[in-house]
Design a protein. Structure first.
Length: 466
């Protein structure tokens, strides 16, 4: 199996500075994780085997302190199973000081950690406890990092029976799922909420014997949503037609959308229901506000800071597990189809640079003439945001997040004047990251020579690492 090189020498070296393709120095001292104490968690497990050898694991962690002074226990994942680390050096409950200043940049490493523990909870991973979740995530990570480890060869410890065998089978399923989801990442995901709607205008439905018009919205976060809930509300409740409701897919009134994991991140659906008799003969729009705390992924490589005392020890990957608040606005529309053009408003259009190819998922904040933020909106599949307005004047449009695989616009801020009876337009363009992709592959250990003629794509070298 071809693998992007996390580091060609991961199995041969322990000096973190020799991993330039896998990590970058933090831009500032504040961005670096800095000094951390990595602890021997004391729980030893041996649920899985690979390459004919049972792999023992000892739970290892550090205590992350966020900006609010809150402390959270987070697993520390070592990068090489053949070098002793904290659990093999100090007693249970004791720690060794490490220095974490290098930020991981490989999206597949980020993907594996993001799809493992603790980013995904025990219920989602279908595992009993943090130790099992740690074991599954670590094995998935090693199957990507180590060139002679193939996820297809990861198996249950053949010596287990009964309940322990069932646990091992659950851990194996979780490890393979974490690996599959994580290695599918081609870019590091960033905090972003987007919304989409099933129809442009609310359409007739019957709910509990009453006539409504509805729209179904899907709200998606690229990264993990804390507690899986995204708050939803009407931005201006006094301007909403009487009796209008926000409900879940079972037509129960809600104030939060419950998300579940999908191939696109974490998504949830809800409906806006308008009483048909109330909006009869009317046309209008209602602004919705969304809010959630989501994860902003950051993983640091940590190297032992007490080598004079303990010698050369294992390096670790330390997830920072930070959360960041994120907000989004969207509009729900009611009236007769097709929806008439806005009389007064603002249209934001997003294209790929030099083309008329629309780009979805770009985030724009709109500032009103009074200086207040109207909201942050995402471009739809047509690369457009349409905002009906009642106040005229000079509006400021700021691009906050580019669409996937694109850079921010060279001009991230534009000003536009909105006048009565007109729809003002602003156009933003984004350059792609680029089309060149460089890949390197590690040499694979073979038991008896190459078995075929080596090529630039399939180099051959025998070496023993276990």
């Amino acid at each position: 199996m071809k693998k992007r090189i996390v580091s060609l020498l991961l199995v041969l070296v322990t000096v973190l500075g020799m991993f330039p393709t896998a990590a970058f120095a933090a831009a500032t001292e504040e961005e670096a994780l800095g000094e951390v104490d990595i602890y021997n968690g004391g729980t030893e497990m041996s649920y899985l085997s690979i390459n004919g050898r049972i792999r023992e694991q000892i739970y290892t962690y550090y205590n992350y302190v966020n900006a609010n002074g809150q402390v959270k226990e987070i697993p520390a994942y070592c990068v090489n199973p053949n070098i002793k680390g904290v659990p093999q050096t100090v007693e249970e409950g004791e720690s060794i000081e490490y220095l974490a200043e290098e930020i991981a940049s490989d999206p597949k490493i980020m993907g594996i950690v993001a799809n493992g523990y603790p980013k995904r909870g025990l219920s989602e991973l279908k595992l009993e406890n943090k130790y099992h979740a740690y074991y599954a995530t670590k094995m998935a990570l090693w199957c990507y990092i180590l060139p002679h480890w193939d996820i297809a060869n990861l198996k249950v410890n053949p010596n287990l029976t009964g309940l322990e065998l069932e646990r091992a089978q659950a851990i194996l399923r979780a490890a393979k799922e974490i690996y599959q989801r994580g290695t599918a990442w081609t870019t590091t995901l960033s905090p972003k909420l987007t919304s989409s709607v099933d129809r442009e205008v609310a359409y007739p439905v019957t709910v509990d014997g009453k006539q409504y018009k509805q729209q179904v919205f899907t709200v998606t976060s690229e990264t993990w949503v804390c507690d899986y809930d995204i708050a939803v509300s009407f931005t201006n409740p006094d301007e909403v037609p009487a009796g209008t409701r926000i409900v879940d897919m079972d037509n129960k009134d809600i104030t939060a959308i419950t998300t579940t994991g999908t191939s696109q991140g974490y998504s949830g659906k809800f409906k806006v229901l308008y009483p048909a008799d109330v909006i009869a003969g009317q046309t209008g729009s209602v602004q919705l506000s969304f809010g959630a705390d989501v994860y902003e992924y950051a993983i640091y490589y940590a190297v032992c800071a007490e080598k004079d005392k303990y010698g050369e020890l294992q390096n670790y990957m330390c997830d920072t597990d930070p959360t960041t608040p994120i907000r989004l606005s969207a509009y729900s529309s009611y009236g007769e189809e097709p929806m008439p053009e806005m009389e007064t408003g603002l249209r934001i259009i997003k294209y790929a640079a030099g083309t008329t190819t629309p780009l979805s998922g770009a985030m724009f904040e709109v500032i009103s003439p009074s200086g207040d933020s109207i909201g942050t909106f995402a471009t739809n599949s047509s690369g457009m945001i349409a905002i009906p307005l009642t106040i005229i004047g000079n509006y400021t449009v700021i691009e906050r997040e580019p669409p996937a695989y694109h850079l921010l616009s060279e001009e991230t801020t534009q000003n536009v004047t909105v006048t009565y009876g007109n729809v003002a337009e602003v156009v933003f363009e984004n350059e792609p990251y680029g089309t060149l992709q460089v890949e390197k592959y590690p040499y694979r250990r073979l038991q008896r020579g190459c078995g075929s003629t080596p090529t630039a794509q399939t180099p051959c070298r025998n070496y023993q690492t276990e």
